[in-house]
Design a protein around this ligand. Structure first.
Ligand SMILES: NC(=O)c1ccc[n+]([C@@H]2O[C@H](COP(=O)([O-])OP(=O)(O)OC[C@H]3O[C@@H](n4cnc5c(N)ncnc54)[C@H](OP(=O)(O)O)[C@@H]3O)[C@@H](O)[C@H]2O)c1
Length: 233
């Protein structure tokens, strides 16, 4: 890791080694693009059950079928400054138990392993607008994401929660969920209007990626960042 420099009391990581989960997804593809373009990101290791297939001198890919057990890969998972956790599934058609397994259990298993191997790591989790910090609301997905956020915030690492609303995919990026792609194709002509009409509810894959890098580099006063906070960064 590069040394840290202080400026006006805040800490800036000069050159970062980044771990990226969910790099094949819509949000993850956007974050990967910004990491590869950013001169301050020295290396990116994606971790997933499939590879992105991209080639870049800064990029390495770790492919494993079961992300809940990373014990075999621990030697490859230390020395990181930041983890951008963009892995997630839609709760549509799932029971709370099924959704919790892929949301809470998987995320916490990864985060606990990384916290042990990288005590100084910045861990950024993508939850979503409407996430329920009380863990007791009516929306199942929001309760489970709220429980996951709360558990991450309780870990002894610099954890930040990103709660974007609608995310517009830019630069040819596509979702893993087909009906999202259909929706994006239909609404693409009105994206600029949506961004102007709802600046507090709409962001882009590019803005999310740049905001994650900014938080990992310089921190943020807020641990939970909503769409306007993400767009400001
Ligand atoms: N898209 C939006 O507008 C939006 C808005 C707010 C919040 N979010 C949140 O952002 C996160 C990512 O969303 P997205 O739109 O990027 O989703 P996406 O396009 O469906 O991508 C999901 C990613 O998670 C990975 N994944 C899913 N289940 C997995 C499993 N069991 N094991 C390993 N990897 C798994 C996928 O890998 P594979 O390639 O292997 O399937 C893929 O990389 C989600 O938590 C979502 O709720 C999204």
């Amino acid at each position: 890791m590069e040394p840290l420099a202080t400026r006006r009391g805040s800490i800036h990581v000069l050159s970062m080694n980044v771990l990226l989960f969910g790099a094949t997804g819509m949000v993850g593809q956007g974050v990967l693009r910004e990491c590869l373009l950013d001169a301050g990101v020295r290396s990116v290791v994606t971790v997933g059950r499939s590879a992105t297939g991209q080639h870049h001198q800064k990029l390495k890919e770790l492919v494993t079928p079961d992300l809940t057990d990373l014990s075999k890969y621990e030697s490859q998972l230390s020395g990181f400054d930041a983890c951008f956790f963009c892995l997630g599934v839609s709760a549509l058609g799932m029971t709370e138990a099924q959704y919790s397994k892929l949301t809470y259990d998987l995320t916490m298993s990864v985060a606990r392993t990384l916290a042990r191997l990288n005590p100084d790591i910045t861990f950024i989790y993508v939850s979503g607008r409407g996430t329920d910090s009380s863990e007791h609301g009516r929306m199942m997905w929001a309760r489970v994401k709220g429980k996951t956020e709360n558990a991450l915030l309780a870990l002894p690492i610099k954890a930040y929660m990103f709660r974007p609303g609608a995310i517009i995919p830019l630069h040819g990026i596509r979702s893993r969920t087909n009906w999202y792609n259909t929706l994006y194709t239909i609404t693409r002509p009105v994206f600029p209007v949506l961004e102007r009409l709802f600046p507090d509810a709409v962001t882009t894959t590019e803005q999310v990626g740049k905001a994650m890098i900014a938080v990992a580099r310089s921190g943020s006063r807020m641990r939970v960042l909503e769409t306007p906070d993400i767009n400001k960064l």
